[in-house]
Ligand binder design. Structure first.
Ligand code: HEC
Ligand code: HEC
Length: 281
């Protein structure tokens, strides 16, 4: 825990709804965790809530898609600073971790950048990280094993987590029947072997169970009941065939609607399909 500037920032936590944190994590910002790496060094890292939580009125709502993170900067600068801090103040193990972080993020950094604040580049940087793992051994390689797109990553919004308990696929485009190990692949920043991957995949069963417990939170501000009632009626007659029903016994139809029918911009769908084809062959 060698990096005094970052340390202040990491501990400027806000109220966290629903989870008590103790030990090393007490008072740590909700978007950070402390963990042991495979090389048995203790490090800070960001967790799912970096993107899957948002603060409203000074409280962090777990599972609410973040709309305010700034991914427009160059992650190389952050990693260079972390490396410099570790070199000055760190133990040998911390220097080792900082050097690995700097090296791997430098390679994937072009895919970790958004053009505007609030837009999330995670679709492409997940692929960028996976592109540097040997599929058989999961060993990191500096060679890019998959061809990455030349166009800049298209930004996406982060969906809320409370539909997951009603869903059979992980993503709204119908991709990935609930295959949570994929999530582990997406977090392959530190793992170094198939054994560690298998261990994480076990852990992700618990993550899945946690996500499925999250209820949608009450809207924290005043609601005009009469307008909301009118909206509910419109929603139920016009929208719910595709967007599902709510309340007890709510369902989510998980329909996949062709672009020709829905009429929205197809650029994101096209980019994602091209990336996914590299993995499904
Ligand atoms: C850097 C940002 C980021 C991080 C960190 C992140 N996610 Fe996501 N997540 C996203 C984005 C963006 C999407 C939407 C992807 C899409 O639409 O194709 C998403 C989608 C999802 C979905 C599908 C939700 C739905 O209703 O479609 C689940 C579930 C999910 N993430 C779980 C996790 C878990 C568990 C973690 C931690 C291990 C995690 N995410 C970490 C950005 C992130
Ligand atoms: C025929 C099916 C269908 C109907 C009916 C429908 N939608 Fe949608 N809606 C979709 C699809 C598919 C998307 C995603 C489109 C995309 O990502 O390009 C979407 C996206 C949205 C979004 C954006 C969600 C986001 O996270 O970006 C909103 C908001 C929305 N719809 C509201 C409504 C409302 C309100 C109604 C009723 C007045 C409605 N929709 C009726 C299929 C439908």
């Amino acid at each position: 825990m060698w990096f005094p500037l970052a340390r202040t920032h990491l501990y400027d936590g806000v109220g966290l709804i629903g989870v008590e944190r103790t030990g090393d994590k007490a008072n740590l910002n909700y978007a950070c965790s402390v963990l042991n790496t495979p090389r048995v060094n203790k490090v800070f890292n960001f967790n799912c809530f970096y993107c899957h939580a948002e603060t409203v009125g000074g409280k962090a709502y777990l599972g609410l898609g973040n709309t305010t993170r700034d991914f427009t900067g160059d992650v190389r600068n952050v990693c260079d600073t972390v490396r410099a801090g570790a070199n000055l103040f760190g133990t040998p193990g911390e220097k080792e971790e900082a050097s690995i972080l700097q090296h791997r993020f430098a390679i994937a950094s072009d895919y970790m950048k958004s053009s505007t604040v609030g837009a999330n580049p995670s679709m492409t940087y997940v692929y960028a990280l996976m592109a540097h793992r040997d599929p058989a051994t999961l060993k990191w390689t500096d060679n890019r094993l998959l061809e990455m797109p030349t166009a800049p990553p298209l930004p996406v919004a982060v969906p809320p987590w409370w539909q997951m308990r009603k869903r059979k696929t992980l993503f709204a485009n119908g991709e990935l029947p609930l295959h949570w190990s994929f999530m582990t692949l997406a977090t392959l920043m530190g793992q170094e072997s198939p054994e560690q991957y298998a261990q994480s995949a076990e852990g992700f069963k618990k993550v899945k169970a946690f996500v499925e417990t999250l209820p949608p939170p009450e809207y924290p501000q005043a609601v005009n009941a009469s307008l909301a009632g009118q909206g509910k009626a419109v929603f139920e007659t016009t929208c719910s065939t595709c967007h599902g029903t709510y309340g007890s016994g709510g369902t989510y139809p998980e329909r996949v609607i062709p672009f020709s029918e829905i009429g929205t911009d197809r650029a994101l769908g096209d980019q994602q399909t091209k990336l996914d084809e590299r993995f499904v062959g």
